[in-house]
Ligand binder design. Structure first.
Ligand code: NAD
Length: 439
């Protein structure tokens, strides 16, 4: 099947290569020329485990190519829209100009019988509006909404082996046509019995924002408990273990720490609140404002904790920040809590050195005012405090004895509750973590 993928960022590039892996003939289109050049030469423009191998393998089959020219998408049976929907500057709402632009460009080459499939995360109501636009301009062309649930760090696995497929379909008979095309695209995934939910457009759009809101709420719930633990002397890690044994609750997404960031959860819950407001249903989502507040408070608390361990002042203190990406196994620094904390520490007079196994280059571009080191050892050289803010395996596995010889003061702040507290304290470190007593 001939497929086009519009927008080749974290989502689109992985989707394009994965569709080629499933056997389709795929063209990935993006307006970013350097990105298209890199992808065409089998160079991943971002860090994602397993992606570069998949890219090289699928390019070599001849079934995958990349272009900046929308004309190359002509004749595809299915066109996936994977462009960004960032937060609008100064507002909570999503910036829809990229989705709008991509669909308008598609209209020039779209033909009757072809299917446009939205994968971007959009405000509910977008698909109905775009379906009307497409139907007016290209009669007989259809639209479906097929939200994406991949996690950065597991993007390839999640795309090829999703938990579920969600199809937001037009009403019948167009709905049947769209479903058949999507089933053909995802044939190997459908055939292995992957759960599939078919719905109207609005439900499909909301599945994505509701799922992200739930995940954000779960993280902020345990972080609110961490605040209480700090006030009571209780231990949030033990608390999470104990409540997580309850199947109805589950242990996943109950890790207290610096909270969520990245290019999805923060902007998605805010766009969801903005959309609810537009629909006159803002009361339904007021709790998300508190979820957001709890999340942002963790960053402030982390800076306070750093000041506390540095004897009440950060002025002139050397602080090593281990981690810049918003999560491990990614180079994505969009709304990264780690960089946010690093910048605040610097503002308070600390001499901050940031390191990350994959995200230093991106960080340098976006936060040139910070200093960077290539390794954890270099960052921690003569440090007064070490902050672990992204739980990369490299940092979880640091040897506290050897690491203790590099620093000036053995003070570690575990921003992700990811270190072995006993091992660090046994090696003579002052260990502090959000929601846990000093060790
Ligand atoms: P991204 O910023 O990495 O990629 C977006 C790409 O779209 C960029 O390469 C940009 O150049 C391109 N683009 C913009 N306008 C274009 C146009 N008119 N034509 C062609 N290309 C255009 O963003 P992302 O992380 O890949 O996210 C894309 C969408 O997927 C968002 O709505 C996001 O919420 C959603 N999503 C992302 C993830 C994730 O983990 N990153 C997971 C699920 C859903």
């Amino acid at each position: 099947m001939k497929i086009s993928v519009i927008g080749c960022g974290y989502l689109g590039a992985v989707h394009a290569a994965s569709m080629a892996e499933l056997g389709h003939d795929v063209v990935g289109i993006d307006v970013d020329r350097p990105k298209i050049e890199a992808l065409s030469q089998a160079r991943a423009p971002f860090f994602e485990p397993g992606f570069e191998e998949l890219l090289a393998r699928t390019l070599a089959t001849g079934r995958l190519r990349f272009s900046t020219d929308f004309a190359d998408a002509a004749g595809a049976a299915v066109h996936f829209v994977c462009v960004g929907t960032p937060q609008r500057r100064g507002e909570y709402a999503a910036d829809m100009r990229y989705v709008q632009g991509a669909v308008e460009s598609l209209l020039d080459i779209l033909a009757t019988g072809e299917l446009v499939v939205g994968k971007s995360t959009v405000p509910v109501g977008t698909a109905a509006r775009l379906a009307e636009l497409i139907g007016d301009k290209v009669p007989g062309a259809l639209l479906a909404w097929n939200p994406e649930f991949l996690r950065e760090g597991f993007a390839v696995e999640d795309t090829l082996h999703p938990d579920r497929l969600v199809y937001g379909l037009p009403s019948c008979p167009d709905g049947d046509t769209a479903r058949k095309l999507l089933d053909e695209v995802y044939a190997p995934i459908v055939e292995r019995g992957t759960p599939k939910v078919e719905s109207d457009y609005a439900t499909a759009e909301m599945v994505k924002t509701a799922a992200n809101s739930f995940l954000a709420t779960k993280i902020s719930f345990i972080n609110a408990m961490a605040e209480l633990c700090e006030a009571t002397g209780a231990d949030v890690k033990l608390l999470a273990d104990a409540i997580g044994y309850d199947d109805r609750i589950g242990r996943k997404f109950l890790n207290a720490g610096l909270g969520f960031g990245g290019g999805c959860l923060p902007k998605d819950i805010r766009a969801f609140m903005a959309r609810a407001g537009e629909l006159g249903a803002d009361q339904a989502l007021t709790f998300l404002r508190e979820v957001d507040n709890i999340n942002m408070r963790r960053r402030i608390r982390m800076v306070e904790l750093a000041r506390e361990v540095c004897d009440g002042s950060l002025l002139g203190k050397r602080v090593a920040v281990l981690g810049a990406a918003f999560k491990p196994d990614s180079d994505d620094i969009r709304d990264s809590p780690a960089l946010n904390v690093a910048a605040q520490l610097q503002l308070q007079g600390a001499v901050v050195r940031v390191t990350d196994p994959a995200a230093v280059e991106n960080s340098r571009r976006l936060w040139p005012q910070l200093d960077y080191a290539d390794t954890a050892e270099e960052a921690a050289d003569r440090a007064d405090a070490v902050l672990v803010l992204t739980e990369w395996k490299d940092y979880r596995q640091l040897d506290p004895v050897a690491f203790g010889k590099i620093v000036k003061q053995k003070r570690v702040l575990d921003g992700r509750n990811a270190l072995d507290r006993d091992a660090w304290t046994a090696a003579g470190w002052t260990y502090r973590a959000l929601g846990r007593r000093a060790g």
